[in-house]
Design a protein around this ligand. Structure first.
Ligand code: 5RP
Length: 220
């Protein structure tokens, strides 16, 4: 089965978690794009509104006719659906491959249930083979790179990319992340870091993996 078919399977399964009449938090990325399209096909009249984690997802949602609300207006969400770059079996995630990590983390924090959807290649024993994205205030980029080097990472500036918040991304290679909660705290405390793409303090609640033999669901 092709990776896109696996992503679509996971996206379809996530619709089961969406309650008619609810406001749905929507992440970013190719797997979420399938979710948005399927939500439009199968539940468009039943969704009160959405809250989006990126300009790209907002555009796609609005093209389908969904109302996109500001999180400040909505305040709280019952469900958030998003993808991931890696997950371990405890549902700690690496996110931010698409650069939307900060808004994604905010919406995850505001949601009762975080449903993560991915193809089964994203499940790993130890996080870190995928370079860990860190969103930084531009003037602090070099200073933070030096600190990330000191903790054993190899940061690379994602050149020609500016986040929706106007910041830079460092992709940190060569990390083997044995304690995701501790590393999330450590990197978040570096002055100038906006967000690290480790979602461990607030992990996913449900991970839906699409694979050759269908869906596998892991719950926290
Ligand atoms: C964007 C993300 C995405 O969820 C992550 O990159 C997975 O993307 P895809 O579904 O395209 O594999 O964190 O910031």
């Amino acid at each position: 089965m092709l990776p896109d078919e696996k992503k679509k399977l996971a996206a379809q399964a996530a619709l089961e978690y969406v309650t008619p009449g609810s406001i749905v938090g929507v992440g970013t990325g190719s797997t979420v794009n399938f979710f948005i399209d399927l939500l439009a096909e199968q539940m468009s009249g039943e969704i009160e509104a959405t809250v989006s984690s990126s300009e790209a997802s907002t555009e796609r949602l609005q093209k389908h006719g969904f109302r996109v609300e500001d999180l400040n207006t909505v305040g709280h969400l019952s469900i958030y659906v998003d993808g991931a770059d890696e997950s371990n079996s405890r549902l700690h995630l690496i996110k931010g491959g698409g650069g939307a990590l900060t808004r994604e983390k905010i919406i995850a924090a505001a949601s009762d249930q975080f449903v993560c959807i991915a193809d089964d290649s994203k499940l790993v024993d130890t996080l870190g083979a995928f370079p860990l994205p860190v969103e930084v205030i531009p003037m602090a980029r070099v200073m933070i790179s030096e600190q990330l080097l000191k903790i054993g990472g190899s940061p690379q500036w994602r050149k020609d990319f500016i986040t929706d918040n106007g910041n830079h991304i460092l992709d940190v290679h060569d990390l083997s992340i044995d304690d995701p909660v501790a590393l999330e705290t450590q990197i978040n405390q570096m002055v100038g870091v906006v967000t690290v793409g480790l979602f461990a303090q607030r992990p996913a609640d449900v991970l839906i993996l699409g694979g050759d033999r269908g869906i596998r669901t892991i719950s926290a």
